[in-house]
Design a protein around this ligand. Structure first.
Ligand SMILES: C[S@@+](CC[C@H](N)C(=O)[O-])C[C@H]1O[C@@H](n2cnc3c(N)ncnc32)[C@H](O)[C@@H]1O
Length: 214
């Protein structure tokens, strides 16, 4: 079976960091097992821990995910939300929604989950209000449009987080696939959009965190 480090570009460092983490609770552990067995790309425990930290630090109550899979990243976020907090998930595959709802039910957190099936940005447009935190983990060619459409829905002081900024090292090469171009253009946008203050953390496959300052 593959291990969670397969997405990493600094495997030895990530293995070291992974060994520092506290044990996951049974529901998260089962989600990790499922993801690994199916070879499903999910953020893994290192980025999960960071998501919990950022959600808490932002004092978030409403979080939007663009590309939720079977709810692993959302489960980390939900754990950091207050009792009346909400994570709005989106995914194109209804089987992922069913799996996520089942895991959230088991964790006793179903009241914190709202799962929309369909194109993530179309589903976002059906929601109203601002979000405190956003996590984007869509197909990488969609990253520039995803950011440009979602950014106005983030409150000032909120955090826009995205995964795979290092894209398994492809951004370091001349790779010109649409997905790599998507990651590069998104990277340019988060450093050059007015009111966007960005850092990229080289954790696992690279995580960007952008604070909306204005
Ligand atoms: C990398 S996985 C998300 C994993 C999740 N963030 C986690 O770590 O648990 C990407 C997911 O986004 C979904 N997806 C990709 N592009 C999408 C789009 N435009 N609209 C809706 N879902 C999309 C895929 O179906 C897939 O389940």
């Amino acid at each position: 079976m593959a291990d969670v480090l397969d997405e990493s570009i600094h495997r030895e460092i990530d293995r070291y960091l992974l060994n520092l983490l506290p044990a996951r609770d049974p529901v998260l552990a089962r989600m990790e097992k499922l993801g690994l067995e199916r070879g499903f790309p999910f953020i893994g425990p290192l980025v999960g821990q960071l998501l919990q930290l950022l959600t808490r630090a932002a004092g978030a109550k409403r979080v939007l995910e663009l590309g939720s899979g079977f709810g692993y990243s959302a489960m980390h976020i939900a754990r950091a939300l207050p009792e009346d907090g909400l994570v709005v998930c989106t995914d194109g595959d209804s089987k992922n929604a069913l799996a996520a709802e089942e895991f959230f039910r088991e964790a006793g957190m179903l009241s914190k989950l709202e799962f929309h099936v369909g194109d993530a940005l179309t589903e976002m447009d059906k929601t109203s209000g601002l979000f405190d935190v956003m996590l984007m983990d869509l197909d990488k060619e969609s990253y520039p449009e995803g950011f440009q459409r979602a950014w106005p829905r983030l409150r000032v002081g909120g955090l826009f987080i995205a995964d795979n900024l290092l894209w398994h090292g492809r951004v370091l090469t001349g790779n010109d696939e649409p997905s790599t171009r998507g990651v590069r253009e998104f990277t340019r946008l988060i450093y050059h959009t007015p009111g966007a203050h960005t850092s990229i953390f080289p954790l696992r496959d690279g995580v960007s965190v952008t604070l909306k300052t204005a």
